[in-house]
Design a protein around this ligand. Structure first.
Ligand code: NAD
Ligand code: MG
Length: 406
């Protein structure tokens, strides 16, 4: 039985022992130590009668994960780095099941009615596939899995009971706006909003020598380093265009991006009669996280409310595709299809890591992506092995292209 069988979002659980109340929704939280992970714990802590965390998983931050386990007392903890298994086991409460290794997070996902995927990067793919394949609700923050493996995710979404509710704020907004009309043919466009990041308004020349600290200083959102850099290049919005295309099955020609520096309008949907529905709230990820946990209900806790007396203006402007070419590259990769989005995602992960470790300048990130995409081999994304292989190959090509940069 999955959450979607019970529209109230409350159900008895068969998967866990005596400490779970029959009316609680159990939550498996992967990527627990990150920005999405810790904010998910805030949401659960705000509504403890309703939600209970039964599994926690992380990549390698063993101390933070163990501290969470001692506080939250899940049934299962999982760490992707197998070498840290013994250290984790020694630091968690007695009786906690410890899983370690490449499949550990996907296995831990099965301990929840709702699976929150807050892992960063392509490493989140096994959790996405395991959650949907087991007929669970997937509260998806990990956009990279959807972008790299769109055709596979599409397939596994049809598993009975499986349900994908986006956590990404723009897509949570679109998900809410779409509830204003139930006829897909009456949708005319999705408008994704972008804050514009820390470099909004700068020309290409002015972006030549920006630093790591400049790129990590996001004006409206506090997030993990990878997505913060993605926001500075507009790659995040590019990935989100592909994410919207995959999630809502809407053609790319009907997905647009508008820059909205205040990050209050989280996205919009326009219908054929010209009516536009928008979702507005303060920029706080705990709202979309709570939405994905409670859907089709809502949590009772507002994490901030708009003060209309002080919200004096909402600005909108077109994105600058010359200064921020990553957005256009994402449309191109999605139009090419097959493993092109997987290549784009992999190349981006490599390029962002190279920027963050000081190997390449920020301005080189789109250049690396362009060079890698021009070498895309046209392979199809028809199996997990094919996608994993495409990811590996694109990373290899990206490293070569970085070495070749002048
Ligand atoms: P983060 O860097 O703060 O946290 C990442 C988490 O993933 C950590 O718990 C880490 O232990 C885990 N992890 C890292 N490598 C791993 C691996 N190889 N295997 C398993 N686990 C691994 O990142 P974040 O900002 O929380 O972002 C997580 C995801 O959510 C990303 O896909 C991001 O695009 C998306 N997202 C984040 C926000 C946000 O506000 N932070 C908003 C929208 C979408
Ligand atoms: Mg977003």
């Amino acid at each position: 039985m999955s959450c979607s069988d019970d529209p109230t979002g409350t159900r008895a659980t068969a998967t866990t022992g005596g400490s779970v109340r029959r009316d609680q929704v159990t939550v498996a939280l992967l990527g627990a130590t990150g920005s999405i992970g810790t904010q998910t714990l805030d949401v659960v802590a705000a509504e403890p009668d309703r939600f209970r965390v039964t599994a926690l998983g992380a990549g390698s931050s063993v101390d933070a994960l163990a501290a969470q386990a001692r506080r939250i007392r899940p049934e299962v903890v999982a760490i992707a780095d197998a070498d840290l298994a013994a250290e984790l086991a020694a630091a968690v409460p007695a009786g906690t099941e410890v899983l370690a290794g490449p499949d550990a997070l996907a296995e831990a996902a099965l301990a929840g009615d709702v699976v929150v995927n807050g892992v960063v990067g392509f490493a989140g793919l096994p959790v996405t596939l395991a959650a949907l394949g087991a007929g669970r609700r997937l509260a998806l923050a990990n956009k990279e899995s959807l972008i790299a493996a769109g055709p596979l995710v599409r397939r596994v979404r049809s598993t009975p009971g499986a349900e994908l509710v986006p956590v990404d704020s723009e897509h949570a907004a679109v998900h809410q706006c779409l509830r204003a009309n139930d006829r897909a043919e009456r949708l005319s466009r999705i408008v994704l909003t972008a804050s514009g990041g820390p470099f909004r308004g700068r020309s290409r020349a002015e972006l030549e020598h920006v630093t790591i600290d400049d790129a990590l200083a996001h004006p409206t959102w506090s997030m993990g380093p990878k997505i913060t850099v993605d926001s500075s290049t507009l790659m995040n919005k590019g990935l989100e265009v592909i994410e919207a295309h995959e999630l809502f099955d809407v053609d790319l020609d009907h997905i647009e991006v508008v820059v909205h520096p205040q990050s209050i309008v989280h996205s919009m949907v326009e219908f054929t009669d010209g009516s536009t529905i928008a979702q507005l709230s303060l920029p706080d990820m705990r709202l979309p996280i709570g939405y994905a946990l409670a859907f089709p209900d809502r949590i009772a806790t507002p994490f901030g409310r708009i003060d209309w007396a002080h919200l004096s203006r909402l600005d909108f402007e077109p994105p600058d595709l010359d200064a921020f070419p990553c957005l256009g590259l994402a449309y191109d990769a999605s139009r090419t299809g097959d493993t092109a989005p997987a290549w784009l995602n992999a190349a981006n992960e490599v390029a962002v890591a190279a920027f963050l470790d000081g190997t390449i300048d920020w301005i080189r990130i789109p250049e690396v992506l362009e060079r890698v995409l021009s070498r895309h081999d046209g392979s199809t994304a028809d199996s997990v092995d094919a996608v994993v292989d495409a990811d590996r190959r694109a990373r290899h090509v990206a490293r070569l292209e970085i070495e070749r940069l002048p």
